[in-house]
Write a protein that binds this ligand. Sequence first.
Ligand code: KIV
Ligand code: NA
Length: 265
Amino acid sequence: MNVRKIINSKGKEKLSMITVYSYFQAKMAEEAGIDLLLVGDSYGNVMLGYENTLPVSMEHLLPVVEAVKRGARNSFIIADMPFMSYQPSESEAIKNACLFMKAGANAVKIEGGVEVASLIKKLTDYGIPVMGHVGLTPQHLNKIGGYFVQGRSEKSIKNLVENVNALEDAGAFAIVLELIVEEVARTLTEELKIPTIGIGSGKYCDGQVLVWHDLLGINTEFKPTFVKRYANLRETIVNALKRYDEEVKSVKFPSDEHSFREVKG
Ligand code: KIV
Ligand code: NA
């Protein structure tokens, strides 16, 4: 997978994307044939237990990108630019994006629209492919005021159209559409020459992305309606841990087969 193939897939084949935060997750996603792996700043929520993505830093995500690269050498890896990694200055943003590329990323993702367009142009000029992200952008949570569906008013729709056009013109190779009314996401997808990757934005997007812990039923504390659970891993894991606990206490584990019983020398 590469940027050219991603752009050429539009209108032909849908793209699958999933978040990964570790070596084995990356390995499994690659084995399953998922098209795009995202080291999302949702790391803050699902791996660190923060309430939002604002506390996530480069220091958190750099070793994760390295681990994901080791697990999925042949996959296309996108690193999420965390809060404060690109806002302070263009040079800091470029430096941080370069650090992700050195760590093994193939591209970075940046939240925002018109206000990040000139940065995206710079990065792509330097050979760093950028994925955009509009709609509900979690790093803007304090401004938005909650996890509200976007594209419900004329003003909001006009904003979205302006933003995605600015991102495409700046050179973004794809755009995540998060929590946008289906018909609006459809219009945006038809408007653009680059693919859209939807999350909670309906079936007309050119691809879909879900968070690992949501898709696999590990995060069962809260289920947004747009999440589909393809497994109930939390239940599976807790049941296995309970059996282990019981077997340790009843001395069923370790049994002879798990022990070294021959004395040698
Ligand atoms: O951080 C993340 O998981 C994301 C996806 C939901 C698009 O940005
Ligand atoms: Na993110």
